[in-house]
Design a protein around this ligand. Sequence first.
Ligand code: ME8
Length: 641
Amino acid sequence: MGEKAYYITTPIYYVTDVPHIGNAYTTIVSDVLARHQRQRGRKVVFATGTDENAIKVAEAAQQAGMPPKEFVDKLAAAFVDVWESLHIKYDAFIRTTEPRHVAVVQRAFEILRDRGDVYKGVYEGWYCVSDETFFRESEVVDGKCPNAECRKPVQWVQEENYYFKLSAYQDRLLEHIERNPDFLQPEFRKNEVVSFIKQGLQDISITRANRGWGIPVPGEPDKVIYVWFDALLNYITIAGWESPGFDEIWPADIQLMGKDIFVRFHCTFWPAMLMGLGVELPKVLFGHGWWSIEGEKISKSKGNAISPAALAADLAAMSGATNGVAIDVIRYFVMREAPFGVDADFSRDSLKNRFNSDLANDLGNLLNRTLSMLDRYMDRVIPEPVGVALDLRSIAEATHKEVESAFDEFQFSRALEAIWQLVGAGNRYLEDQAPWRLHKEGKKAELATVLYSTLETARMVTVMIAPFMPEAAREMWRQLGIPEPLEEQTWADAGAWGRLAPGTRAGAAEPIFPRIEDKPRKEGRVEEQKPEPQEHLTHDEFKKMELRIAEIVAAERHPNADKLLKLTVSLGDERRTIVAGIAQWYEPDALVGKKIVLLANLAPATIRGVQSQGMLLAADVDGQAVILTPDSDVPSGAKIR
Ligand code: ME8
């Protein structure tokens, strides 16, 4: 037998519409996990697909005025395209209308019928087409679906149908859950499952009258197989059930889904079906939380079922990042914003904040500043370090272990937090070691160690974040100038300090995550003030001063004066050059990225041949200048009042 693959599944999505950020979420998480496991050297089978035989799919086709087959072909192709655009690299894609799947479903039906697990009866009860779920009378709420995410009217159904003997599996299910503590995750949802099962399981109708769409019951073409019986089996169709090699894929190592389809379908019906078929149960079923958008439920009727690609396009336009990087930012955001398992909200503000602080500032700075210094001081050639930055090295090694254990516990946001602590440590190290000073003082050996250590940190970070942001990581890798392809880097490489080869030439430093700048806010109305006593500045006089926050985007020594620096500052929507007399206390490289207070409407003046359009404010501490910076992140251009 070959090596058992690490098998990851997503739900297969109904092809009623193109994917939105909600479906994209489960698929992104699965992709991140798959990429990480590939780095760990596992053979991975990551599967996703489309659920096409549902009544609601046929209804959606009708509404679109298309024959159902044509409709599902079109939408399945749209799913494939969207996944590709989101950098999803699956190993298998299944459509439930494929003959290989139809054969599995019919065969499973026959086996269970032969065993007596499937029997004929008359079904009379409520059905929700939107959720494709049967409900008991006691569950229906005012004639509506009891699922809080749905609440659509239910229909009364009366048909001769086949039933699956779910009730017979109650005790075995509870026993399996008890004996396998990792089977259902997160822990808090397991309790929900246990109490649902303990309430008593009823047999479940698994056929419907054939209305021209679905998988026919073998030998009874007037009936089709219930879509959930059909859909759940996709997971073993992909693995090649009853074919040689099945054991090399099945059981699934983790099956991921939202909480909406966790308890009833994946934790009850599915394992009972597998028990009936004599197939091993999956190792882990994970029911994650629910995303809302700007505090509201995602729904087509509200028009907020945003496509992730549209969100990325907005982000790219706002920041100037490439589209591919913007996609990765969306991936990063959903993985970082909430611990895996709990509900979360998607808001454009929080996306923008995370982009600016985590990516443009923290990660961007680590790479960009270091590469610019490498360019200026060492002609971009990675130096041979003389010593080892012991603290940084031990933080990097500890981070590597922590990320690995976070992945093993499916705590992806914790993995990212750990990586960002390393990014922060790298940035602090740079500040503390002040390579610009080492350069000035001619301390070549120390400078080599500092730049090498920071770049080595950036290398390790790049490999660790590659599963989350594959394209951005590739761009970082390119700038680091490492010749071996990023895709070939193993998880061990990510944790092994010292792999960065001295002597290689890095690329030019180009910002991968350009900061999103807000337009300065419009001035509000200022209330009338009483005249101030003469010796003070009047309010009107103060009002004349235009004090604003600006970001230093470039800094260099003044060509004609030792004590002056020439700074390029950004006010959000404009850039200016200013000349500041702070060269004795500040190195130009240490200033880039800092926010300052600028007197913006000072008359322009030419100082030693360079025109200065404003004045930087600094405190005078015993004759030494200390520049003023805002206490928290303030957009460039913001007015000071
Ligand atoms: O239920 N937040 O398909 P579906 C988080 N075909 N996740 C969300 C989400 C949200 N707001 N909206 C959707 C089906 N999802 C069946 C599955 S499997 C054998 C059959 C994700 O198209 C989440 O994974 O309604 C949820 O479980 C799934 O999409 C539902 O997709």
